[in-house]
Design a protein around this ligand. Structure first.
Ligand code: FEO
Length: 171
């Protein structure tokens, strides 16, 4: 059982996480098209992570005995002006998501929903990590300053990223 406002924002967050997943999938497609398989892989893992976030919210709404309402996912952008532009858009997007998670927490506090607060804490921590990871990549990209050698090496490093479903360990 969830209060109406809490259910509404949780359902909206499922949609927001699915939008994030599609956004990063589009970025993965963009990098594949640009001949950057490592960056494409990094974004594909990002897509998998966001799908797992959507699923975590989905399962939570079900666990609280409520009905999930899925809405249409907004069209995502499909092109950017280069690697830095992609990661700047990613950082901006994650900062926006942090705002959404904070708002969810505010609602949980206002509704005295202690269980939801406990559930949301995982996402509060996750957002700190997300923003820090993206910021670090952006810093490296700025240091490389578009030079071929640096991009080549970073792309090779990005190829190593694999998807680990942290949402399962957190349960
Ligand atoms: Fe689901 Fe990147 O936050």
């Amino acid at each position: 059982m969830l209060k109406e406002k809490m259910l509404k924002v949780l359902n909206e967050q499922i949609n927001a996480e699915q939008y994030s997943a599609m956004l990063y999938l589009a970025m993965s497609a963009y990098f594949n098209d640009k001949g950057l398989p490592g960056f494409a892989n990094w974004m594909y893992v990002q897509y998998q992570e966001e799908s797992s976030h959507a699923n975590k919210f989905f399962n939570y709404v079900v666990e609280r005995g409520e009905k999930v309402e899925l809405g249409a996912i907004k069209q995502v952008p499909t092109t950017w002006e280069g690697i830095i532009d992609v990661y700047e858009a990613t950082l901006e997007h994650e900062q926006m998501v942090t705002g959404l998670i904070n708002n969810l927490m505010d609602v949980a506090v206002a509704e005295s929903d202690h269980a939801a607060q406990s559930f949301l804490r995982w996402f509060v921590d996750e957002q700190v990590e997300e923003e820090a990871n993206v910021q670090q990549i952006l810093d490296t990209l700025k240091l490389i300053d578009g030079q071929g050698n640096g991009i080549f090496l970073l792309d090779r490093e990005m190829r190593q990223r694999i998807f680990v479903d942290d949402t399962l360990a957190a349960k």
